[in-house]
Write a protein that binds this ligand. Structure first.
Ligand code: ADP
Ligand code: MG
Length: 671
């Protein structure tokens, strides 16, 4: 096996503690260290010319000894002195109490010295310089620009630097570039070896750019390959589960309490056409928060069950899975469809029961989290797999559920609108239906940006909304007050604050990820039924939770959240015909952050926000390639790869990607 794939624990100076700390940063294998890019670089100063020196500079100077090397004795002390000269000037070197220097240095020698430049009695000199050996200097030259890594509390910069150095050392002998020289030449890309070395230890800014270009290319390219693989696997198989539009579906739609929007209808038409076509469906349904994607999924699943097949619906959180389960089982019950929930917290006994019934076909629709893609699950005739809010899943996870059946139809639902042009490229071969129409009667969510002095007024507003019969969300960045006092509000602490600030007849509850699954559902259900009116939560409610009666979303420490996340959070309100509000509370002084929050305040179109976000941050690791440890050397014939991505569309994508690359690949050197 490639040693780069070994556990980090096999490195020198990694113990159980530091190993766990590395894991917490997402570093499991040695190769992960190569991908752990510096967040910044610090210049440690290179060789200076004598005429550029300013008083008190600590500098490296390269020159030759331009005088004889003399030694003086003053009292019991020795003083060796000589003149160093370079192209720009001359300077005196004085060594104290190092008589042996006289034997080391000779007139005419080329040397590199390091020391502090001082001016004494109008004479320029370096007192107490160090003579640097050539090999030593080469090593120093390498670290002229020091990497600075993002850290956790449990790891020190020096440790991490040491680990990365070890990984680079191993890489030298083990890395296998999947692009051959001629391809790289054509693309003007550096070798992988060079790229990894220089992203950690760039010699200069140009060097860094070259390294970055290659790594950004890889990131994008490997993603493309992964998408291609998924699609091709599916494409190879003909539609194994052809379906007709079942007559009961029409009845179901006519009995809905609302009329489907034109966009919902169009997306459903696409799905029906795929069900009926020669090939297996691989479709992305992209629609902003609140555009009504769930009902599309529900109808597709109903149709699947009515055609005698099974369907799976995968959600990123337990809360969301339970909510889907709750509404789908109610809605589909009259049609004799058996819906079950399978999540991490399902008891062992129930799980086994569900496994059995999935295997023999008693369960028609299963809704769950990633527990669904565990080994034991096998289906009788899984024909449709839907992943909701797919941005929370890595590519590989999606793939593994696909592999459970005989290439079932797949539907991916996303509220993360990457710009259309990029979507076509990034999702390469997924067909796309865009739900670009909000249900009728929706009002714009009024968004406000305030600082914490507004809390009193805010609480009055909360009371008014609750008295009008509406639910209110508060979101905090943390569960409990942290170990470090970082001034962030926590669910636990803020609950106490609200309890004091709001009248007793208003029921407040807490919701966060550390609660048991059962508790969480109960809380959401009480909120839904208005037994609870105010919910203080972490971002567990960010994804998909649907409580149409909620009209006010207060986000505390708004500066702590990403733009996409804030947009998702805001999307929890404005789900009915009632006027809704979102209040962003932040005391941030950072102008970038203020700009970001203001942008959110002024824009409600997810596409505009996504575009802005991409510009600011880059698509990031949302695609989950590096986390899943794509091996480097699996692509034997680079020419084959070259063929499969060398299309104009991909070029466009790569250019876009390079322009908007990840933040970690986007920092520059600070001096
Ligand atoms: P998302 O696209 O964010 O997943 P949901 O599917 O959760 O949105 O839908 C948001 C809300 O809009 C739900 O309460 C849903 O019942 C409602 N809804 C969906 N489609 C329509 C429609 N055509 N008309 C009115 N309300 C709708
Ligand atoms: Mg949804």
């Amino acid at each position: 096996m490639n040693p780069l794939l070994n556990d980090v624990i096999t490195l020198k100076k990694v113990g159980p503690k530091s190993g766990a700390a590395l894991n917490a940063l997402g570093i499991y294998r040695i190769s992960d260290l190569l991908h752990y890019y510096p967040r910044a670089y610090e210049s440690v100063g290179g060789i200076k010319r004598i005429d550029e020196l300013v008083e008190n500079d600590m500098a490296y100077i390269k020159g030759y000894i331009a005088s004889s090397v003399n030694m003086l004795r003053i009292g019991g002390r020795t003083m060796v002195q000589c003149i160093l000269q370079d192209d720009s000037g001359r300077i005196k070197l004085i060594f104290f109490n190092q008589p042996y220097i006289r034997k080391q240095l000779h007139q005419g020698d080329e040397v590199i010295i390091n020391g502090k430049f001082i001016i004494k009695n109008n004479r320029k000199m370096i007192a107490g310089p160090k003579v640097i050996r050539q090999d030593e200097f080469e090593k120093l030259q390498k670290i002229r620009i020091k990497p600075i890594y993002p850290l956790s509390r449990l790891l020190k910069q020096k440790q991490l630097t040491g680990y990365v150095e070890q990984s680079l050392e191993i890489m030298k002998y083990e890395i296998n570039d999947y692009l051959n020289d001629s391809v790289r030449e054509r693309l003007n890309l550096a070798s992988l070896n060079f790229a990894y070395e220089k992203i950690h230890y760039p010699m200069d800014e140009k060097n860094l750019q070259i390294a970055r270009k290659r790594l950004v290319f890889d990131e994008f390219f490997l993603f493309q390959i992964a998408m291609k693989n998924i699609k091709e696997q599916v494409r190879r198989s003909e539609n194994a589960f052809p379906m007709v539009r079942h007559s009961h579906v029409k009845r179901f739609v006519s009995e809905l309490p609302f009329q489907l929007t034109g966009a919902q209808d169009r997306a459903l038409e696409d799905v029906y056409a795929d069900f009926n076509s020669h090939y297996t469906m691989t479709r992305l349904i992209q629609g902003d928060v609140g555009s009504g994607k769930t009902i599309i999924a529900t109808i597709a699943l109903l149709n699947t069950a009515l055609n005698g097949y099974q369907g799976a619906f995968m959600a990123p959180t337990e809360v969301l899975a339970k909510q889907h389960h709750h509404s789908l089982s109610l809605q589909l019950l009259p049609y004799g469809v058996h819906v079950e929930l399978l999540i991490g917290s399902t008891t062992k006994k129930n799980k086994e029961d569900i496994y059995r019934k999935l295997d023999n076909g008693e369960i028609h629709i299963v809704i769950g989290t990633h527990a669904l893609i565990q080994e034991q699950v096998s289906f009788k005739n899984l024909a449709l797999v839907i992943t909701d809010e797919q941005h929370r899943f890595g590519v590989m996870q999606r793939e593994s559920l696909v592999n459970k059946g005989r290439y079932p139809h797949t539907l991916v639902m996303s509220a993360t609108p990457i710009p259309r042009t990029l979507a076509l490229i990034v999702y390469g071969d997924l067909d796309i239906s865009v739900v670009d129409e909000l249900p009728a009667g929706r009002k714009k969510i009024e968004t406000y940006l305030v600082n914490s002095t507004y809390h009193e007024r805010l609480y009055d507003f909360v009371i008014r909304e609750v008295e009008a019969g509406r639910n209110v969300y508060f979101v905090c960045p943390m569960v409990e007050e942290g170990e470090e006092d970082n001034g962030l509000l926590s669910v636990e602490g803020y609950y106490d604050v609200l309890r004091k600030a709001l009248p007793e007849n208003i029921i407040i509850e807490k919701l966060h990820g550390r609660m048991k699954g059962r508790e969480k559902t109960a809380v959401v259900e009480r909120f839904l039924s208005f037994d609870t009116q105010v919910l203080v939560s972490t971002t567990v409610i960010e994804v998909g939770v649907n409580v149409p009666n909620a009209t006010l979303m207060v986000i505390e420490n708004a500066e702590r959240f990403g733009l996409a996340q804030l947009h998702q959070l805001r999307g929890r309100v404005g789900r009915s015909h009632h006027q809704s509000y979102c209040v962003l509370v932040s005391d941030t002084k950072n102008s970038e952050t203020k700009k970001k929050l203001k942008f959110l305040k002024d824009h409600e179109d997810g596409f505009a926000l996504a575009e802005y976000d991409l510009k600011m941050r880059g698509p990031g690791d949302a695609f989950g390639i590096h986390q899943h440890g794509m091996p480097f050397s699996d692509w034997r014939t680079s020419m084959m790869i070259w063929n499969c991505w060398n299309t104009p569309e991909n070029w466009l994508g790569i250019m876009y990607w390079m322009k908007t690359s990840r933040s970690s690949l986007n920092c520059s050197i600070t001096r």
